[in-house]
Design a protein around this ligand. Sequence first.
Ligand code: PLP
Length: 362
Amino acid sequence: MIPLVKPYFPSRDILMPAIEEILYSGYVAEGKPVYDFEDKFKAYVGNENSIALHSGTDALHLAYILAGIKPGDEIISTPMTAEPTNTSIKMVGAKVVWGDVAPDNGLLDPKSVRELVTEKTKAIVVVHYAGMVCDMDEFNKISKEYNIPIIEDAAHALGSKYNRKMIGCNADYTIFSLQAIKHMTTVDGGFLTMKDPSQMDRARRLRWFGLSKNKSRMENDITEVGYKYAMNNVNATIGLVQMQNIEKLIGSYINNGLFYDETLKGIPGVELVRYNNNTEASYWLYTMKVEGRDNFCRMLEAEGISASPLHHRSDTHSIFNESKRELPNMERWYKSFVHIPCGWWVSEEDRQKIVDVIRKGW
Ligand SMILES: Cc1ncc(COP(=O)(O)O)c(C=O)c1O
């Protein structure tokens, strides 16, 4: 079976000595490997203001705190995502306001968002779902016009670009996930990047109980609740080894994605997505719309290929009952979108087989 997702780890002879060394080093909590990993990550996304965390969910929580979100505030978001984008809005006591999605790519639609902005709106969270990048030209305009920060959930979008620059160096806040099945995994892990360097010190204290690492424990004074969100040296060591191969790893997803964009064109029953202007996807999953999705998935499965929508829309969960509203484009998108395997494990032979099987019909 060609799976839809699969964790990538560098070869045993490179990774295992590094893990063994850190495990027996006497220092496995947050330390030098974490800061070295941060340096590599900063260079990769092109943003000095990046901190390593234990998960993407932690990064979302801290982004909402740093954006100044308070109980009762509203954040405009999308249901077309994994749950943590929105459950973490609840962590700061804010209300989720659902924007509708664009019918031709399932990404949050700026036109819908514009209609929802009120004086209660304190942030907009855009999700670069499956590695496709949202319409940042329009979202940046909205952000400027109403003075509302944009939080980018780029859990699926490491290596995606806007205006030829890496996602992670453009927005007020961007979060990444290094969880098991993402482009790059550290088993678990996350990153938060931000525009304003003056927020970095607070971000660092928030990730470690509210304590400052720049002072001794005796001199520390906790002035605000902090969390246990730090990355540890073991996860960071895996990250450091992963970074040696990052261009090639992400390049393999992109290469397969671009192949599908060309070869799936014009197949009856398949509708390819529209990519937004000035954006480049990193194809964490290959996304498209198909007629008769259940049959499509069954037919691929019979041929040894996984295909599925993967994520459950977030607005059906009871904790979001107060936010319920009609989302006609989401309704339609949700019935027909599907993912096919696109990552590093999909060989040239596999991807050709996938296209040939789809071309035969279902
Ligand atoms: C879109 C999205 N946002 C946030 C997260 C949270 O990341 P993590 O699992 O690292 O907490 C995930 C993944 O799990 C995700 O898919």
